[in-house]
Design a protein around this ligand. Structure first.
Ligand code: ZN
Length: 247
């Protein structure tokens, strides 16, 4: 039976990395952030991607996955749209086996890219993270899914658990996802920059030049002021971080 691996979570939690490691397995194909079909392009080829050109011609809404199975010819699709609403909607319209993986991350660390022009963290940014977590948690339970931590992306055990859950064989080589072909709709630019750089698509690549080819998670929140941390604590961030086992 065909399966859809659905990666749930908040933005800035490393979901694209998880997507690409899983879809390095030959049974799987990444569709990336399919919910943004109207505004995203293939992370590797851009808007010229032959798979997505074909997809757009063939798509009869709401059969998004049905079309993707045809275009990509895989038994398992990996959708890292993250959004709980999209998952609910897809599951209502398309009858596949859904394997839900909820990726969580230290709420303070993920604020790295959430500062506004004036460099302050807004309360709504924290409340949205807390609310999204509870929606995703409920849905993960409903689908019998699993929760994994972004910080554990460095451990083979994390992927052994994930692959086992999906029902496919894990091999540590999949963590070098840049060595495989991927055509998902771009989520994280950083993740796809590794794939593009490895295939010689980018002559200069900031991330690779600085960090090299690796999956080291970015941990720490030294960029936050005391005031930012106070906002985080007051709007439910500390409580949720504790619940997730972060200090
Ligand atoms: Zn492509």
């Amino acid at each position: 039976m065909k399966k859809v691996v659905y990666i749930l979570g908040s933005t800035r939690c490393g979901t694209t990395m998880f997507d690409l490691v899983i879809s390095s397995h030959s049974d799987c194909a990444s569709v990336g952030e399919l919910c943004f079909l109207h505004k995203r392009a293939c992370g590797f080829c851009g808007s010229e991607c032959k798979h997505w050109v074909r997809y757009s011609k063939m798509l009869k809404k709401p059969h998004y996955y049905h079309t993707a199975f045809d275009v990509f010819g895989a038994d398992i699709l990996v959708d890292s749209s993250k959004k709980w609403r999209w998952l609910k909607d897809r599951a209502k319209h398309e009858d596949y086996e859904y394997k839900v993986i909820h990726v969580v991350r230290n709420g303070l660390d993920r604020l790295r890219f959430r500062k506004r022009q004036d460099k302050k963290i807004r309360p709504y940014v924290v409340s949205a993270w807390v609310n999204t977590y509870s929606k995703c948690k409920k849905l993960t339970e409903k689908f019998g899914g699993i929760e994994v931590r972004y910080e554990d992306i460095v451990h083979d055990e994390t992927f052994e658990k994930i692959f086992n859950f999906i029902g496919i064989q894990y091999d540590p080589k999949y963590r070098r996802f840049w060595e495989y072909e991927h055509h998902g709709l771009l989520g994280s630019k950083t993740a796809y920059s590794l794939v593009r750089a490895h295939k010689g698509k980018d002559s200069t690549n900031n991330y690779v030049d600085i960090h090299g080819f690796n999956l080291t998670p970015r941990i720490g929140h030294e960029f936050l002021s005391e005031k930012d941390i106070d906002v985080f604590n007051r709007y439910g961030g500390r409580k949720l971080n504790k619940e997730l086992g972060y200090k």
